[in-house]
Design a binder for this molecule. Sequence first.
Ligand SMILES: [Zn+2]
Length: 316
Amino acid sequence: MKEPKTLQDAIRYFSDEQTCIDTVAALRWPDGVVTCPACEGKEHYYLKTQKRWKCKACGRQFSVKLGTIFEDSPIKLDKWLTALWMLVNCKNGVSSYEIHRAIGVTQKSAWFMMHRLRSVLKSGSIATLGGSGAPVEVDETFIGGKAKNMHTDVRKRRITRRGAHDKTIVFGMLERGGTVRAQVIPNRVAATVEPILAETVADGCAIHSDKMTGYNSLREKYMHEVVDHAVEYVRGQVHTNGMENFWSLLKRGINGTYVAVEPCHIDRYLDEQVFRFNHRATKERKINDADRFIAALSQIAPNWKKRAKQHATQPP
Ligand SMILES: [Zn+2]
């Protein structure tokens, strides 16, 4: 069967357990050499009925799930892979209720699955923004439930003062036409914002931002252009429209799809939206649903070598 292109294809494709195993194995061991997570041995027997390998060196058995986010979960790979497909390809995100109905697990299981899947979407990239010469748009936004929609007890717990105080602050940087980075920040003072910028944005590049206090001392390092949103939104080439676009996607997901996101989980939703945004199709870059899925799946076992060491210290 050909590689899936649509959700319907994906469900059919992954309904075969061996196909799921082969797909995960191919991404986990890209050179095609199945490697024992415990001792890194490269010779095994394949136990066909159990769909597990038995290592010739240390005698341990392992499945393709061991050392990945799917480890220790009784949920079968067909459901995991379908859920991941939906997560990375639904533009506004997908709620645990939708996953629960679509793949037939309880809502609680679906919530747990989405949480685990999101954890692999976190960008491992350390490349700086602005290196291409394109300006970097820098902006921040506030995320927080509207008090009038909350239950009284939640409102009492969450809303302690008026204004931005009870909202979560998200700080974002976007190389125009390129990738975005975003993270939750505790406050907007220069001591918080500037180290993040210094680490993420190439020296000497153009930064476009709204008029904000934390940015005043950046003149030495960057060409800082400000557009005062109290006056205008675009001044020549100076604007933060790309960031605004990202915020609206993020908020549509958080307010529309997830309804109520506890502040402590916003980080994860942010990673999810950043992943989708950075793997979006553009005029220059053709990316389809399958590409996005493969990109996410190839991150499923990011620290399996570290875990392998832990396994190795345990008796067989
Ligand atoms: Zn081994």
